[in-house]
Design a protein around this ligand. Sequence first.
Ligand code: MOS
Length: 707
Amino acid sequence: MTAVAEAAELVGAGVDRVDGPAKVTGAAQYPADFGFDNLAHAVLVQSTVAAGRIRRMDTAAAEAAPGVLAVITHRNAPRLARAPGGLGPGPPAPLQDDRVLHHGQHIAVVVAQTLEQATAAARLVETDYETSEPLLDLDDPRAERVENASGRDVSRGDVAAGLAAAEVVVAATYTTPTQTNNPLGLFATLAYWDGDALTVHDSTQGPAFVQTALAVTFGLPETSVRVLAPFVGGAFGAGLRTWPHVVLAALAARTVSRPVKLVLSRAQMFTSVGYRPRTVQPVKLGAGRTGELIAIDHEGIEPAALEDDFAESLTRAAAVLYRCPNVSGRTRQVRLNVACPTWMRGPGEAPGVFALECALDELACELGMDPIELRLRNYAEVHPQTGRPWSSKALRACYEQGAERFGWARRAPRPRSMRSGRLLVGYGMASAYYGYVQAPCQARASLGLDGVAVVRSAATDIGPGTYTVMTQVAADALGLPLERVRFQLGDSTMPPAPLQGGSGLTAALGSAVDAACRQLRQAFTELAAPGPVTAETYAAILARHGLAELSADGASARRRDTDAEPGIFAAKFAEVQVDPDLGLVRVTRFVAAVDGGRILNPKTAASQIIGGTAGGIGMALLEQTVTDPGTGRIANATFGDYLVAVNADIPDIDVLFVGEPDPINLIGVKGIGEVAIVGVAPAIANAVYHATGRRIRSLPITAEQLL
Ligand code: MOS
């Protein structure tokens, strides 16, 4: 293999996951898989009330139980600083006082020799509370309301005047339930100390962010904290913040001077690693008789935790998806006695676009217009809020090619007019948008005498295929076959990378990896000169110069030589069959046409869209976290009761990628992780309306609602 050998077309090829064999053979080590001879185990004790104070805690029985090494409560925990979070400030530090802010708050951690001993002893901790009336209702007048906490409220024109001038107005309120990020991998933290140096294995979407958070929390220099996450068993946004249990695992390890492992139970996942907050969304659309939008008024209301600054915008897409002169999109958080929420796949847009795109469907019905025609009539050729051009936008092609693939032309417009035997058939569609963020990123590429390039960055791969596509990008830039490239991630000592979130990592990391590998190739070219580089391998060049290795660094940032607006777009098409007697809904076909810019690997990219569509089907028909209204206790915190879509719920999903490489970053990609779920639920809800004539505005769409 010569240094610049003809590389087969590596980028854009549907290569298999390079980490697939390690995963299926069990060689891949997830945070809970690491072990030590003297490993101790930590189990959390959680509050059984939602609001009040801990009056008395009796830990004597737990402390005396077999194998117990420590019981840590607010009475003996050290003072800890509140840390920054991932994309925002972190949750409050645990065990700092006697106050209870939500049901399921961590109030003690029990450390023992074995997991069984810790579990048994945790049950022996007795707690008396002085309870107060919890704030659990969005309408509770006592609750603090926070306007525009995300800073992403939008407005243009005069919405009231626009609605008054409109010939047709539709107005409705849409609601979505709490949904809990439920990766199969239970979140786990394994922590150990060597003097003042802390090492942590964690289920995270950003090792460097956990590193910073733990350094601040424990008052350590960042260089004293190392965080590892080479494999994470899914996260969907749950790994974007540094959670109290991570801090408690590290605190427990310091307290007992041994490595400590803390694995959340499935039930604890519902209160410990965030969730998508429930939403209430009043929407008003005003239009002319021929369908041109005159006003969009979109309001979003959702809960926030009492002492937390997590805030997403539910209403951003209202200002972006359509050309419309008068728009107002406002999101308000209401502080309640609830656990800290987090970003969950398609944060903001997944519920927000549900409301907006169902309202568009209602408007199309009101106008007697085809839903795609209505969207095309209001197509935003430029960013409608800023007036600047899009960096690239192929939404029109998404509508056209998606409709073609789906067979939209066969749709009979009238509701309840299509059948398959005794089942009602409905076709529905929705637009999708996600505004991705590309943060600065670094990578380092090295190549030694074995001729193998090793490329590193402190990113994570929670499942989308980052190991694989970065191996492709590196191999392509170096002119090496895939087998000669090893991409490594998941270690905070590597060059810093952003969180794997906001659909931004592939653009950021791919650009940095590409830059590092091109730098390395350049370094070899300069070293080899004036000899003909194509005749010599990298290893031979090193040997000839008596060198063991060459390395190069690469960095990326959002391109600044353009004022173009980035945006990820898609059109989603659903076919449902509804049993008219039982109210059961099945999604029987689904087409997702996605403008994701350049697609680095069509196989892993299609898997992303399929996974997001499965999540969207769950959102539409199944998923809801139920909170007991009197106590704030989550009533369905098991996989038996919290229903997620499984294979039998998912039809064949047809994924089309349309669009062009996006010039906003050097490798031409957008991000597709979030847009995968956005638009799925409204496409299904609109199909259910088309099948049944019943407009269900509250997710999930259940048999009870349809009967
Ligand atoms: Mo995604 S919610 O940014 O992991």
